[in-house]
Design a protein around this ligand. Structure first.
Ligand SMILES: [Zn+2]
Length: 160
């Protein structure tokens, strides 16, 4: 997605340094011929501009489905700003040896938990994309806890 042309950190920030730009790019990639309903493929779409937050919601006029460009993508349901996601994707794709959650945490200024989640989600998306990984590709390291004596492991979801 980010590798159409020579991309470095500077051009990345120039092109995608705001959520609006990231969103515009995603919309172009996802719907090159205009916005389409992900549920019924209708092109009769109303553009909703929420007043409070510019959340860029769409509503399908055929089936009334509300969606945004991130619906059904790895970016969906994330509180992290879209351009940080783009940056994370860049850092992960760009790095030959792989990026640890700790590195991502430092680079993006996010919590370890967020960084771990980003790594996990982006890597599995990349794996899905490329089919089975080549044998030479290093296996993703298991999530290592933060170096300092704290035990911050993802909690098992309670009650099941
Ligand atoms: Zn629809």
């Amino acid at each position: 997605m980010l590798k159409e042309q020579e991309m470095n950190l500077v051009t990345l920030i120039e092109e995608f340094g705001s959520d609006d730009r990231c969103r515009a790019r995603l919309e172009k990639l996802r719907w090159p011929d205009g916005v389409e309903c992900p549920r019924c493929d209708s092109k009769r779409i109303a553009h909703r501009k929420a007043r409070k937050k510019a959340r860029h919601q769409f509503q399908c006029k055929s089936c009334r489905y509300d969606f945004s460009v991130t619906s059904g993508t790895i970016f969906h349901d994330s509180h992290l700003s879209l351009w940080k996601w783009f940056l994370a994707v860049y850092l992960i794709v760009e790095s030959k040896k792989g990026v640890s959650a700790n590195q991502l945490k430092r680079s993006l200024g996010v919590t370890y938990k967020t960084a771990w989640y980003l790594c996990h989600r982006i890597r599995s998306a990349l794996r899905r994309r490329s089919g089975s990984a080549p044998a030479s590709a290093p296996a993703p390291p298991p999530p290592a806890g933060p170096a300092a004596g704290t035990t911050a492991r993802p909690r098992p979801s309670a009650g099941r």
